[in-house]
Write a protein that binds this ligand. Structure first.
Ligand code: ASP
Length: 430
């Protein structure tokens, strides 16, 4: 059985076992020992293992990426194209889901049975997000896992290494060796994924239960339809426009999507996203090491889809009419909000508060959808990560930094075998 099949089986098994365990809710043996004990321990250990590697991997691989790119012009072009594509795909996602939500009208006739309360957590302002991009203390940025700050620090460090002559070459070699070692560590952890994904999915489905969906079926369906359309149509068109066939892309991204589904965190999935892009899709490490950590923070198409659907749902429940201007505001605000949203579970809800406030909708409305958010978070994270991958492939194609034979080969990098000792040379951007 291939690794992808193992992961997909783990996910499906997790859903079935989770729902079965949910039926025995209240039985102490099931609640405390299995769901709250065993599944919780295994799931949390797995997430911790993934998170453990994110900061070292991003720092080391990004420094290597910059030193192998070699020049600032290539980096600037790469940065601008990536950012433009990330923001465009998010704006398209929002336009798509808003159109869908207006057509379906989720929340019309919805009865609010109890008083709902929602205390919005403080969302950072756009000014704060931009002003905090440069870390005053890189060690703190690394310790706190501040992705944008780590990216800026790694870019500057990589640049300084490239212009430091012989000393720079020595440091670059050290980083290349470290990169080899950290990549090997990632491969080791990825091997445990079937168990980890099973535990995470089973625990969520055991505790969340599907009956929560019934009153919110309209809302959940709009979100799910939006996610599916974005993944299947928008990303396919994007890949086709760049001359890449979508088929091998989706076939080889399934395990990654299952990972994102299990962890609900684009950040925790970074090691696997990088691995998938480099080994399975043939993208050069120089490009992926830059676009992936950036995408995990900045590109949230799935989250934007949830926010668009939630805005229309809440407006309908409260009987508030949205004007065309409101819709435009939602597209702009949610696209900007996605830049500041961290790739961690439920981060999208915090930013939703900001979008609702902007167009004068009651923030308490969030309390209505919170019940189904855990499961929708899993699905939208899978789309967030797929979006990062699709854009990366397109950017890499433009930069001639993708091996098209590897991209087309469905079997490429199928098993997370340890990297060869010497490691393949990192392709560079022309
Ligand atoms: N969980 C999402 C992610 O990590 C963010 C969110 O929508 O809550 O990509």
């Amino acid at each position: 059985m291939s690794f992808t099949h193992k992961i997909l089986l783990a996910m499906a098994g997790g859903i079935v076992v989770g729902l079965a365990l949910g039926a025995y809710e209240g039985v102490p043996l099931v609640d405390d020992l299995v769901v709250g004990g065993l599944l919780s321990i295994v799931g949390r250990l797995f997430i911790a293992l993934l998170q453990m590697m994110v900061v070292p991997l991003v720092l080391v691989s990004l420094v290597c990426g910059v030193t192998s790119l070699g020049n600032v012009t290539a980096l600037g072009r790469l940065g601008l194209t990536t950012l433009a594509l990330y923001l465009t795909t998010t704006a398209v996602a929002l336009t798509l889901v808003l159109t869908l939500a207006v057509a379906v009208g989720p929340g019309e006739g919805f009865q609010i049975l109890e008083d709902v309360v929602y205390e919005p957590a403080a969302a950072p302002s756009v000014v704060d997000v931009i002003a905090r991009i440069v870390p005053s203390n890189p060690v703190r940025a690394l310790a706190d896992g501040e992705m944008l700050q780590i990216i800026v620090f790694a870019l500057l460090l990589g640049f300084a290494i490239s212009v430091s002559g012989e000393a720079g070459r020595r440091v670059a070699r050290l980083f290349e060796d470290l990169n080899e070692v950290v990549t090997r560590l990632v491969m080791l952890v990825v091997r445990t994924a079937p168990v980890g994904v099973f535990a995470l999915v089973a625990r969520t489905f055991a505790t969340e239960g599907l009956e929560l969906f019934k009153p919110l079926a309209g809302y959940a369906l709009v979100v799910i339809a939006g996610l599916v359309l974005q993944a299947i149509f928008v990303y396919s068109l994007l890949l086709r426009a760049a001359g890449l066939s979508p088929m091998p892309f989706f076939a080889k991204s399934r395990a990654l999507m299952a990972f994102a589904f299990g962890t609900s965190s684009s950040n925790a999935t970074i090691p696997v996203t990088l691995e998938t892009l480099e080994r399975r899709h043939g993208v050069s490490g120089a490009v992926a090491s830059f676009t992936v950590p950036l995408g995990a923070t900045v590109n949230m198409d799935g989250t934007a889809i949830m926010q668009g659907a939630a805005t229309v749902f809440i407006a309908n429940v409260y009987g508030i009419d949205l004007s065309l201007g409101d819709f435009v505001t939602v597209v702009l605000m949610a696209t900007l909000a996605s830049i500041g949203t961290a790739g961690v579970p439920s981060a999208g809800l915090v930013m939703l508060a900001m979008v609702l406030q902007q167009i004068g909708l009651p923030v308490e409305g969030i309390a209505l959808i919170i019940g189904v958010d855990r499961l929708l978070d899993m699905l939208r994270t899978a789309v967030n990560v797929t979006g990062d991958c699709a854009v990366t492939c397109v950017v890499a194609r433009r930069e001639r930094a993708i091996d098209l034979d590897v991209y087309a080969d469905r079997g490429a990098g199928a098993d997370p075998a340890p990297a060869p000792a010497a490691g393949p040379p990192r392709a560079s951007v022309e």
